[in-house]
Ligand binder design. Structure first.
Ligand code: ARG
Length: 563
């Protein structure tokens, strides 16, 4: 337990009238560690107690007596707490040793389920950096929620439906070549798509033909369906190669097309609730009362459904299928308006669970400080980028540890881990600049830096031939160890906050701090010196490695034992 909560509970025992949350809000870390590890100001109680804060402080200080403290002392209006570092470190290290990777596990979810809409690339289009962000953030959130006792369902809501497939079928029928599509599906299909879009500019009748193909597709026309299915399979094959590289799996690939036969019910429900209005032949839902100027377009005049119609069907299906406690959508910030509409319409339909729909947006990635743009050639192609990251990782490993046994596997873990970690370490709403060199560096706030700290500890433990004894007492009270102990202690709470805010960056930042504190410790302390505290220091190393590895796992990053 975070020492702050430990102290709050002791204060609560002494002063039962106070709220635990009020106490934790008041507790502060004194500027000078001579004043203790935590301080509680008594000012706020003065009014209700009708006493001077100094008196209150000494009264409370007297009532608190615990083996967890070296001393508790009233100084003016403050109560200063000096933790019993030996005891607390011993308790904590023993706990981490006995729980191992389960340290930090909590049962807040009580078996409830969380659906996570993530990755969700579009068929026949390139997998963008935005899709990478969604994949990596969604995967991490899944592990975080599992750690807290939720069952998670990772759903790849493929963009595999819509008018663009009418255009694509038309283009393929005009110019397409089977062999070329098989060899490079996404590249070929994208070229066809770009070409037909250009052509439509000069030949508007093509637009009608494309619409007609999509109409056929929605009606289940055999030829249209066959082509669509083939495009979908070829694209998925290419995506799945990427997912293998990233080590990410999904529980469902039900994309937009899956909801094709579930659209009529949505239209019926909207109609029954009196929500649909006609506007220039189309069906819309007015959302002015939610402060949205534009109505949501539900059904076009030609009868075609839209992205949001499919998302309404999706939300309803997920509620029925998974009875989610929360339904998360990890999608770029540019779709904020769409998700606002989605929630508002569900609310209007009378579904109180619309409040459990959580849109988790994220910011844009730039390259060289500039916005990515296919048109301007500022693009990041994922497959070659991953390959380059792995190569750079391999180069550094070759320089540092040329005799390493499983070099390829480690280079993969470091290269791919570097990209994931960099993506996850900053607040998700902040975008970042895609800088491969910075990502793969072993220095700075990077994945490899944290992985290296973990591997360094494993090497120390091997060298010392240390394995922890569950019955032993390992205790430490020096400043450097204590910095590490506080971070290990705070880890469960960090996981909670990461889940609360849908913010894996809190875990990444914590891992960086822990790795930094360990490296300071390593530089300052002779860990395997033969003295009375040797085993305690090694046990601290062991606990640190356990938490570093678990933090990385929650980010989807591997922690090799050697690198
Ligand atoms: N395919 C969409 C895109 O690439 C993302 C889909 C997100 N999920 C959803 N349920 N709308 O922009």
């Amino acid at each position: 337990m975070d020492t702050k909560y430990l102290i709050a509970e002791k204060i609560k025992e002494a002063v039962p009238d106070l709220e635990l949350s009020a106490i934790t809000n008041l507790l502060e870390v004194p500027k000078n560690s001579d004043m203790g590890d935590w301080a509680f100001p008594a000012f706020t109680l003065a009014k209700s107690w009708r006493k001077a804060p100094q008196m209150i402080a000494s009264e409370i200080a007297e009532k608190i007596d615990s083996e967890d403290f070296e001393k508790v002392e009233a100084v003016g209006p403050y109560i200063n707490f000096f933790l019993n570092k030996n005891k607390l470190s011993a308790d904590l290290i023993a706990q981490v040793i006995s729980q191992g990777s389960d340290y930090g596990r909590q049962d807040l979810g009580e078996g409830g389920s969380v659906t996570i809409d993530m990755s969700s690339p579009n068929i026949a289009k390139p997998f963008s950096i935005g899709h990478l962000r969604s994949t990596v953030i969604g995967d991490s959130l899944s592990m975080i929620f599992q750690k807290l006792g939720y069952q998670t369902i990772k759903i790849n809501h493929l963009g595999d439906w819509g008018k663009q497939f009418g255009l694509l079928i038309l283009a393929y029928k005009k110019w397409g070549q089977e062999e070329a599509v098989k060899a490079h599906p996404i590249k070929e299909l994208l070229e066809l798509y770009v070409r037909i879009n250009a052509e439509v500019q000069n030949h508007p009748e093509l637009d009608d033909q494309a619409r007609e193909w999509f109409r056929k597709l929605e009606a289940g026309d055999e030829e249209a369906l066959e082509l669509w299915q083939w495009f979908r399979e070829e694209s998925l094959l290419e995506f799945s190669h990427l997912y293998d590289q990233l080590g990410v799996t999904f529980d469902s690939y039900n994309g937009e097309a899956f909801y094709n036969d579930k659209m009529a019910e949505i239209i019926d429900l909207l109609t029954a609730n009196g929500l649909l209005q006609e506007s220039q032949g189309a069906q819309v839902v007015n959302l002015e009362k939610y402060g949205m100027e534009h109505p949501a377009l539900i059904k076009k005049s030609d009868g075609a459904t839209l992205y949001i119609t499919r998302d309404l069907a999706t939300a309803l299906y997920r509620k029925r299928q998974y009875q989610f406690a929360k339904s998360i959508y990890v999608v770029g910030n540019e779709q904020a308006a769409h998700f606002k509409q989605l929630k508002a319409i569900l609310k209007e339909m009378g579904y109180d669970w619309s409040d459990d729909i959580v849109y988790v947006p994220f910011g844009l990635v730039t390259k060289g400080g500039k916005k990515l743009s296919t048109r301007k050639g500022n693009i990041i192609l994922l497959e070659p980028t991953l390959a380059e990251a792995i190569k750079r990782a391999a180069d550094q490993i070759n320089a540092k540890n040329p005799d390493l046994a499983n070099k390829d596997a480690v280079a993969h873990a470091v290269g791919v881990g570097a990209i994931k970690f960099y993506d996850l370490k900053s607040d998700r709403m902040n975008g970042y600049d895609f800088d491969l060199e910075a990502m793969v560096s072993f220095e700075g706030e990077t994945g490899p830096y944290v992985q290296y700290a973990h591997a360094r500890i494993q090497s120390i433990l091997r060298k010392a031939a240390f394995s922890p004894d569950a019955a032993a007492t390992y205790s430490l009270n020096d400043k450097e160890s204590w910095d590490i102990i506080k971070l290990i202690q705070a880890f469960p709470d960090v996981i909670n906050r990461a889940a609360d805010r849908f913010e894996p960056s809190l875990i990444a930042k914590h891992a960086i701090h822990l790795a930094q504190s360990f490296n300071k410790y390593y530089a300052h302390t002779r860990i395997i010196a033969e003295d009375a505290e040797r085993d305690s220091r090694l046990a601290l190393c062991y606990a640190t490695a356990t938490v570093l590895k678990e933090a990385l796992r929650l980010l989807g990053v591997e922690a090799p034992n050697e690198m």
